[in-house]
Design a protein around this ligand. Structure first.
Ligand code: ZN
Length: 233
């Protein structure tokens, strides 16, 4: 049994008995989420292996990172969009765990990410998370931690909506299009740690930058970033 099937809970069989989540074709092996064809079609970036990869370049001059990566290239109308949709909007968390484990598998095979102390999911607004029922980045972290065996820290970094005064103030600043501001609840918990900040898709990096900047304000922290997918601007 490989890592992909071993991390999938038996519940997968109940909800997705014998068909591929990617293409709907019948599955020969019942304990897989995707058929072999879809597995082979997944657009891995291999960014984790390369310093100065396109994700790291996004943050040049904006955020001091140890390393950054995305697992997949994102494109509309592709398998990866189908899987993200299934996960984020249809609430199929097993897909999220499966994809998170794929990130984890890439990270553990690469010494650029071996010194991570804790995973932090990019927080959603509380009302948005309540409505969706989960934070997709937290599910990805849980999938990653199956492979990396590091702590997932949730509910420490908080995302707040700007107040009216803050909105006015921030409109003139370079984080003008960042939705909300970030606050750290418990500095002690992340102090002196190498944090891996995790999100689903990176495009401009503005939100990750704003969140990461708050984390780096805490004494002794270092920061890396991992996202499920990379969408070019
Ligand atoms: Zn398939």
């Amino acid at each position: 049994m490989n890592f992909k099937s071993s991390i999938l809970s038996p519940l997968v069989h109940l909800f997705y008995p014998h068909v591929c989540t990617g293409c709907g074709s019948d599955l020969v092996e019942e304990d897989n989420l995707l058929c072999l064809h879809c597995v082979n079609e997944l657009p891995h970036t291999n960014f984790e292996m390369h310093a100065n990869n396109p994700v790291e370049k996004i943050f040049w001059g904006r955020l001091t990172l140890t390393a950054a990566m995305s697992e997949f290239y994102f494109a509309k109308g592709t398998l990866i969009q189908t899987l993200i949709h299934e996960f984020k909007y249809k609430g199929n968390k097993d897909v999220g765990l499966y994809l998170g484990a794929m990130i984890g598998s890439s990270l553990v095979q690469n010494n650029r990410f071996t010194k991570i102390d804790a995973l932090v999911p990019l927080p959603l607004f509380a009302d948005k998370e309540f409505k969706r029922g989960f934070n997709q980045a937290t599910i990805l972290c849980n999938g990653i931690s199956e492979l990396m065996e590091v702590l997932v820290i949730t509910n420490n970094v908080i995302r707040k909506r700007f107040t009216e005064t803050q909105t006015k103030k921030h409109r003139t600043e370079r984080w003008a299009n960042v939705e909300g501001s970030f606050e750290i609840n418990n500095a002690q918990e992340i102090k002196d740690k190498h944090i891996l900040l995790v999100d689903d898709v990176v495009t401009t990096g503005a939100t990750l930058e704003a969140c990461g900047a708050e984390i780096l304000k805490i004494e002794g922290t270092t920061l890396s970033i991992a996202t499920l997918a990379f969408a070019s601007k």
